[in-house]
Design a protein around this ligand. Sequence first.
Ligand SMILES: *Cc1c(COP(=O)(O)O)cnc(C)c1O
Length: 388
Amino acid sequence: MTVKELDAACVAHTYSRFPVEIVRGKGSLVYDETGKEYIDLGTGIAANVFGVSDGEWVEAVTRQLRQVQHTSNLYYHRPGAELAGLLCEKTGMKKVFFCNSGAEANECAIKTARRWAFRKYGDESHSTIVTLKNSFHGRTITTLAATGQDGFHTEFGPFTPGFVYAEAEKPEQLEQLVRENGCCAVMMELIQGESGVTVLSREYVDAVIRIAEANDLLVIVDEVQTGNGRTGKLYAWMHYGFTPDVATTAKGLGGGLPIGACLLGEKVQDVLTPGSHGSTFGANPACCAGALSVIRRLDEELLTGVEQRGAFVRGQLEGAPGVKSVSGMGLMIGVETVRPAAEVAAACIDRGVLVLTAKSKVRLLPALNIPTQLLEKAVDVLKEELAK
Ligand SMILES: *Cc1c(COP(=O)(O)O)cnc(C)c1O
């Protein structure tokens, strides 16, 4: 059987895959089973921040693999402690809980907010969390409940109660929901990724923070996709001039290995206590070693490079034939297309450029260090397909 046949026969049909089998790669180039080359503008959905098999990252991970690949959280280990230290140092957050994915990082944020409120009020009267419509927070029952899209709220019920949804850019709606429900937190993506790379305005985020302060709510930001240099800052909240109470991240953090983190600010740093939360593989040493090498490299020079590459792509696409609009920040870019986005993506892939879609947009999430020459070549192909 071919890989495609075996997959069709035995892998649960939860994904509609592009017709490409990826065998290997280097940096921003990947190759299929026939040896065909692709320029990768998707990076495993913003996971491979330095592309495929980046030398420094491979070295960091394999060095750790040769020492010890897993310990459980019953023991101490250096990569986990150092990664937490570096994240706190670079963000001003106070504690870090490690897990394996974005959904799990959000579960941790939700548990933290609920317990913070329970301990404050002595009951569940302030357990509700306001999230935004068109958000995406994960695939577990609770993070689906947190996801403000009706399409995710069917057939798998009953869902976790305690979530209400506010329309983005309408602070009065959020305020009303807070008035009508006993709330402990507001949770948002600063750029809604999965629903179409929609950037929240500075005015709206400022208003959300004002409402949170006035009503004693925690501000939770979901940086699973926007985090780890993707937008040209280490975390997207750094564009908005505030520090959240809780931030979650995953995707790019591990540079291509599964690791998530929930960053806890001053107010909530001691909410989680021994036995109240955990994860067998959380803070896996090999994943932490990879993440440590990623976060260490995300310095000012690299982040400036992300902004420059992003500005180049936006400059090329804005106003180009077949483009209705371009959204995003840094190297998280959404393109509203005249031609159906899925058709553009399929045509690009056929021509050796891997792009993604998000709802009705083409979505680009290239490696943060993609060589300019490859980026130019890929954007030329994309522009030709957009114009058809
Ligand atoms: C991808 C994503 C998630 C879910 O992350 P997983 O690692 O797939 O569980 C959650 N929130 C946002 C904003 C995401 O983009």
